[in-house]
Design a binder for this molecule. Structure first.
Ligand SMILES: [Zn+2]
Length: 295
């Protein structure tokens, strides 16, 4: 069964108040939405847990990500803040590209799946996708391949694809008011759970494809496309085209083609091929029978 670790951003009841809507606190919204998402996923046969067991528990950021160990997806739930009231589009923060693993691709796929869902349900502009790599070697492995955001750094360190979902900006009064409405959060949770269940397979109970399986699947698709193109070429060359008056020409068309070639109506291309398709042959024969070419 697929497993999701949901991180309700921040902690407590009064963290990150909206300057535009004083009753809005980001930590209230993330707690409520995360619980609704957890329930909605469970109903779809996807196991879901939270990074913290109480509203006031406040695990360190990297630790939140690490709590996704053994899960298939890590989601950190937030609303964004800006210096002005204007910004509104959801920010989707996924892993930076990393050739050494597939979790970065998975993170991007999950992010690009959920971003449009948030935009649609919240009636916001298209999502903004963002990645940020740490400018220092956080895990000390000698490579600058670490995520800037602590929760993503933690989730990646345990091999789980992770995404931060910023549900619009709570500095925008419309979004803050929207996110305070329980019915809206219910709709958001249901829509996000639908998308996540789809990500894991239609019934939500299937194991997601591993990176190796995905690679194999892509290789098979590529092979199939090449085979199809070969078949098309083959049909082009011998199946549906007639170049000369010879034994390959169907008997029912031979006299018509000979008549048109003799009369100079058919001259062939630069290499003297008539390049006749089956459809052209039929049309010429029908016109011939109708007496179109009689002088
Ligand atoms: Zn936040």
């Amino acid at each position: 069964m697929a497993k999701v670790m949901i991180d309700p951003g921040h902690s407590g009841s009064y963290f990150n108040r909206s300057p535009a809507v004083p009753d809005y606190y980001e930590s209230n919204m993330t707690w409520t939405l995360s619980q609704k998402l957890q329930a909605a996923l469970n109903r779809r046969g996807v196991a879901a847990s939270l990074t913290r067991l109480s509203k006031d528990e406040d695990p360190e950021l990297t630790e939140r990500g690490r709590r996704a160990r053994g899960c298939d997806l890590f989601l950190s739930i937030h609303s964004n803040a800006a210096a002005s009231e204007t910004p509104s589009a959801p920010w989707i923060i996924h892993y930076t590209p990393d050739d050494g693993t597939y979790v970065d691709e998975e993170s991007s796929i999950a992010g690009h799946l959920l971003g449009p869902v948030i935009s649609e349900v919240m009636n916001l502009p298209d999502p903004y996708y963002y990645t940020k790599r740490a400018d220092f070697d956080r895990d000390g492995n000698g490579i600058l391949d670490d995520e800037w955001y602590g929760v993503l750094f933690g989730a990646k360190s345990v091999g789980v694809p992770g995404v931060i979902l910023e549900h619009g900006f709570h500095t925008n009064p419309n979004s803050a008011l929207w996110l305070m409405n329980e019915d809206n959060l219910d709709r958001l949770a249901e829509a996000e759970a639908d998308a996540i269940a789809g990500y894991f397979g239609k019934d939500g109970g299937d194991e997601p494809m591993t990176g190796a399986e995905k690679k194999e699947f892509e290789a098979m698709k590529q092979e199939l496309a090449e085979l199809k193109s070969k078949v098309d070429d083959h049909n082009d060359q011998i199946g549906v085209k007639w170049a000369y008056i010879d034994k390959n020409l169907p008997e029912w068309a031979a006299s018509t083609v000979k008549k048109l070639a003799d009369a100079g109506y058919l001259k062939g291309n630069g290499s003297n091929s008539f390049e006749l398709s089956y459809l052209m042959l039929r049309i010429l024969v029908i016109l011939d029978r109708a007496g179109v070419f009689e002088k």
